[in-house]
Design a protein. Structure first.
Length: 281
């Protein structure tokens, strides 16, 4: 009997219960935001959001819509807890990271509520493993207040374009400079490494450019050390939306299509480098 068809034990009421036929869909998304040991999970009727932060400068969110799951039930308006992301990933891949052709690891996930562990039931080839992961009080998350009405510039790029950029630019640079403009150079990425300055330009009519909405010229610098974790999501994605607001805060939203054709999103928010003055630009 598949996990999605199994009723909970008599008398048990779960604040959150969910099942997946293939746990790899979840583990690959979580690896894309795994740059810190702990994550905050928020479950609502629309799905699961897993948030990871570092140094109050960068925040990553993995969004797994309810439709991705074979079953997804939240008994409260929202369910929130903090968990060790490292341990969660270890449990999700307890049967290994690559299954034999035609096999997959089924997952049922249950959480009774505040103070209780997250329960994972994993089954592959008739073997069932049960994992209990302690949960913690969630920390208050950063609010980047990045709503669509405050977006100044936005482009949507095929991910291969950004992957090529990270491969070609000098990653010995401490910062990545991003210029977005309604006029030339339109979209420019620049680094300032040991070998000197390097620039990569994308015209607005580039084959890699899917959408171009720039209202004013902005040039901002971001620490490469903060952006490097997002390359995990970039490697999995097919498209990326790059947005900035008036303060230069950066949003990188990656669209990821899993092997079943389902679409999920991973979003990174990053603060601009405050050490850069206008005179240096």
């Amino acid at each position: 009997m598949p996990f999605s068809a199994q009723p909970p034990a008599s008398g048990e009421r779960y604040a959150l219960s969910a099942s997946l036929d293939n746990a790899r869909h979840l583990s690959s998304l979580l690896r894309a935001v795994h740059f810190q040991d702990h994550a905050t999970c928020l479950a609502t009727a629309s799905g699961l959001r897993v948030t990871v932060e570092d140094a109050k400068c960068i925040q990553a969110n993995a969004f797994i819509q309810a439709e991705i799951f074979q079953e997804f039930s939240v008994q409260e308006e929202s369910v929130m807890f903090r968990i060790s992301l490292s341990v969660l990933l270890d449990c999700l891949t307890i049967f290994g990271t690559s299954s034999l052709p035609g096999t997959s690891t089924a997952l049922r996930m249950c959480y009774r509520g505040y103070g209780y562990p997250l329960m994972l039931f994993l089954e592959e080839g008739g073997v069932v493993t049960v994992c209990k992961i302690n949960t913690q009080e969630p920390d208050e998350l950063l609010d980047f207040d990045f709503c669509s009405t405050k977006v100044v510039n936005k482009i949507i790029l095929q991910s291969e374009g950004l992957r090529e950029a990270f491969a070609e630019l000098d990653m010995t640079s401490e910062v990545l400079q991003i210029t977005m403009s309604p006029d030339k150079p339109y979209f420019r990425l620049s680094t300032f490494g040991n070998a000197g300055s390097a620039h990569l330009d994308y015209p607005r009519d580039s084959d890699l450019m899917e959408a171009f909405h720039c209202n004013q010229t902005q040039t901002n610098r971001y620490k490469i050390s903060l952006l490097k974790p997002s390359t995990k999501a970039l490697a999995l994605s097919c498209k990326v939306s790059i947005r900035t607001d008036a303060q230069g805060f950066l949003s990188l939203q990656y669209m990821i299509r899993n092997e079943d054709g389902q679409i999920c999103f991973v979003e990174y928010y990053c603060c601009p480098d405050e050490n850069i003055t206008e005179a240096e630009l």
